[in-house]
Write a protein that binds this ligand. Structure first.
Ligand SMILES: Nc1ncnc2c1ncn2[C@@H]1O[C@H](COP(=O)(O)OP(=O)(O)OP(=O)(O)O)[C@@H](O)[C@H]1O
Ligand SMILES: [Mg+2]
Length: 421
């Protein structure tokens, strides 16, 4: 049958494996391709069977589900992990999130919860891949001439604004692109947009650019060697007024980008730009951490969905452990007016702090712009969503925080955070 979701079950208890396989056997669009009894076996089977989704138990002998998930990120990057955990294991949930799991199911779960989680992560992953596959071949509205007149020779280093969200699909790329355009066109900031969603970056799709021509992948050897001489050669000057460094053209190249390389890249970019906007991935790995550490401001995006709110709560705890000051993290509620039964006040109550910025939902402007490869900030400048983005751009373009660059304290805290793994 076409389009079946290939699922690998990983659990050390044979009865659980059988039970899950039976439940999934009733679903026409899901095929169980294998079952593993340990983390190690899961990795072997995942590389051999190429499943779309891996249902992963946390507690297993030999290698547990969290360690296996971490390894799968590099050995089977196309597979999305759905972690299964028993109630009360909040710490496990947090560690799973850091390891890269895409969903969590708390045992006992219903068959509906199981199948809808599998479908959701599969659809989300497939959408990302197809958006990359259908992007136009040319370099679209870009010009590739080297930027001239870098009049920032003796200027202060620019600000680094990371657009982050511990849950995928919350609007990070949409905001990052339009924020950069707003800062460049309305605030006169020399702005560079970096697609740091290194595996499945979408910035090229939104700006009608092809990473095959130029991307961060071309800079990896230089970044590793510590001499970033040809940065300008691989940054695209886009007709929207911004400069863009795209993510690699294929997901496996993401592994080659180290935290040290990212740090060197951003340090170098901030010397030649007023503003560096970084579209981060949602998985909280060591490269993301390097970006967040270096950022002056972390725009942390959330939506009015219970899973998004849960992840924000977890992220705020982690941010506190990392020593990020309260001003560094700015909460941005996207699609703030969508009425889904959760109110902004409920969100604020649940996470214990106020939302700093809101952006309205405007499917028409956003999707129209997406399909044309032109940022909505340019195609629909008067829309409320554009005004919200401009307000946010004005706020971050002027804001600096005291704790950016305080590396020694954070280095110690980071070590203890990753000692969990
Ligand atoms: N304010 C908005 N109003 C309406 N639609 C929006 C808004 N913001 C984002 N969207 C839509 O939501 C979807 C997800 O947005 P986007 O790709 O920017 O999210 P993301 O967090 O970068 O996702 P990913 O995890 O895939 O990187 C897109 O279809 C986008 O058009
Ligand atoms: Mg994105």
């Amino acid at each position: 049958m076409a389009d079946q979701i290939r699922v690998l079950i990983v659990d050390d208890i044979p009865e659980t494996r059988d039970h899950l396989a039976k439940l999934l056997g009733f679903e026409a669009d899901i095929e169980v391709v294998g079952a593993a009894a340990s983390g190690r076996e899961a990795i072997q089977l995942a590389t051999a069977l190429a499943p779309d989704v891996i249902l992963m138990d946390i507690n297993m002998p030999d290698m547990d589900g969290i360690a296996a998930t971490e390894q799968l990120a590099s050995q089977a990057p196309m597979a999305s992990v759905v972690m299964m955990s028993v109630q009360g294991e909040a710490d496990y949930l947090r560690r799973s999130m850091l390891a890269g799991a895409r969903e969590f199911l708390v045992k006992p779960f219903s068959s509906d919860e199981l199948t809808s989680s599998i479908r959701q992560v599969y659809t989300r992953e497939r959408e990302k891949q197809s958006r990359i596959a259908v992007q136009p071949g040319g370099s679209g509205g870009s010009t590739t001439a080297r930027a001239t007149g870098d009049d920032r020779e003796n200027a202060e280093p620019g600000r680094i604004v990371a657009v982050f969200g511990p849950k995928g699909g919350v609007g990070r790329t949409t905001l990052a692109v339009n924020l950069a355009v707003a800062a460049a066109t309305e605030l006169g900031q020399r702005t560079c947009l970096v697609d740091a969603s290194f595996q499945f970056g979408d910035v090229g799709v939104l700006l009608n650019l092809n990473p095959k021509n130029k991307s961060i992948a071309d800079l990896i050897p230089e970044l590793e060697a510590g001499e970033v001489d040809s940065l300008d050669t691989f940054i695209i000057n886009h007709s929207a007024g911004i400069r863009v460094l795209l993510a690699p053209p294929s997901p496996e190249m993401a592994e080659l980008i180290t935290p040290g390389a990212v740090k060197r890249l951003l340090e170098s970019l901030r010397q030649s730009h007023d503003l560096v906007v970084v579209d981060c991935m949602s998985s909280f790995n060591d490269t993301t951490l390097a970006i967040l550490d270096l950022a002056d401001t972390v725009l942390t995006m959330l939506s009015l969905e219970i899973t998004s709110i849960k992840n924000i709560r977890l992220f705020l705890e982690v941010a506190q452990q990392l020593g990020y000051g309260a001003d560094k993290i700015r909460l941005v509620l996207n699609r703030a007016d969508s009425s889904l039964g959760i109110r902004v006040a409920d969100v604020e109550h649940s996470i214990g702090r106020r939302v700093d910025h809101t952006i309205v939902s405007d499917g028409r402007s956003v999707v129209y712009a997406l399909n044309r490869g032109v940022p909505f900030f340019l195609s629909n400048r008067e829309a409320q969503v554009s005004q919200d983005v401009l307000r946010l751009a004005s706020a971050v373009a002027g804001a600096r925080t005291a704790d950016a660059g305080d590396t020694s304290r954070k280095a110690t805290q980071k070590k203890s955070l990753f000692a969990w793994r």
